[in-house]
Design a protein around this ligand. Structure first.
Ligand code: CA
Length: 297
């Protein structure tokens, strides 16, 4: 285990994976493992903290995010829609295909809500503006488009009471908030909660902790930043890499903050300076996550 000194906390390298774009960290409390993805590398990782093992299966298409499934296995936001993902062999089988209006789209970040639905958004492979949408997958496999016009649909999570959905469309440089109707699974009253300074990089994945504060990964910003529910800034976890992509709380007490990163398109000079780019990191901040939910379909 390599320990790196952050400005405030010790950040450990949990897995020196050299992922192209590490993403989608997801704590599985029953299995005591952290699932995570390398999206362009088409790999699903299963990191076990008890023995520091990291098992990898290769996927036959891009998967942008995953969720736990109540019946076992994973639900995946794959290139063309929602799939069941067997983590033992990486096999993907369709739950619901999405017919895109435009070609060259793929699904990106997603998460389960407390009612057992799975939500994920899309983006163009080349990130052309405004082509993405945000979808809800119900337990009966029905797909509903909640809104469109996004560019890089990215991090999402709910407030602890489930009444607010936080959401990132990365090029907007903002964390937005919606009123969330838990019964209907619908969103309303979108507003900008946080606008990131340009030097902080682009907001990417996010998670909400047990106190309701938001932790957002800052891609090309080399940090995770914490914000209060009113948008005021809190602590910063600095990483020794620039492409910080997402974060999730894990561990028996949900006090381990796992952080994914990437190395895609870094120059040889940058790679030499960022020896751990693409690693999975871990840090204890004294803050704790909230339990996650499973897809019920
Ligand atoms: Ca992302």
């Amino acid at each position: 285990m390599t320990t790196l000194t952050s400005s405030t906390w010790d950040v450990e390298v949990a897995v020196d994976a050299a992922a192209e774009t590490g993403e989608g960290p997801l704590w599985d409390a029953e299995a005591d493992v952290l699932w995570w993805l390398d999206i362009p590398g088409r790999r699903l990782h299963r990191y076990s903290p008890c023995d520091a093992g990291d098992q990898v299966v290769v996927l036959d298409r891009l998967v942008g995010s995953i969720g736990l499934r109540a019946r076992g296995g994973l639900v995946a936001a794959a290139t063309n829609g929602f799939c069941a993902l067997d983590p033992d062999n990486g096999r993907l089988s369709s739950i619901a295909e999405i017919q895109y209006d435009e070609p060259d789209l793929r699904m990106n970040d997603g998460r389960c809500d407390s009612a057992g639905r799975f939500f994920a958004g899309t983006m163009a492979f080349d990130a052309r503006p405004g082509l993405g949408s945000f979808y809800r997958l119900d337990r009966d496999h029905t797909v509903t488009q909640l809104f469109s016009g996004t560019t890089i649909s990215n991090g999402l999570d709910w407030s602890p009471d489930g009444g607010t959905l936080y959401y990132v469309d990365s090029p907007l440089r903002s964390i937005d908030a919606f009123d969330f109707d838990l019964d209907a699974g619908t969103v309303a009253n979108r507003r900008t909660l946080v606008r990131l300074e340009r030097e902080f990089g682009l907001p990417d994945g996010l998670c909400v902790d047990a106190e309701g504060w938001i932790w957002v990964a800052c891609w090309r910003g080399g940090a995770i930043r914490r914000f209060a529910p009113d948008g005021s800034p809190g602590v910063v976890v600095e990483l020794p890499v620039s492409q910080v992509t997402s974060c999730a709380f894990g561990g028996a007490d949900l006090g381990d903050l796992y952080i994914t990163s990437g190395r895609r398109h870094l120059s040889p000079t940058q790679l030499a300076a960022e020896r751990h780019a693409g690693s999975l990191f871990r840090c204890r901040t004294g803050h704790f996550g909230k339990p996650g939910f499973k897809y019920g379909g």
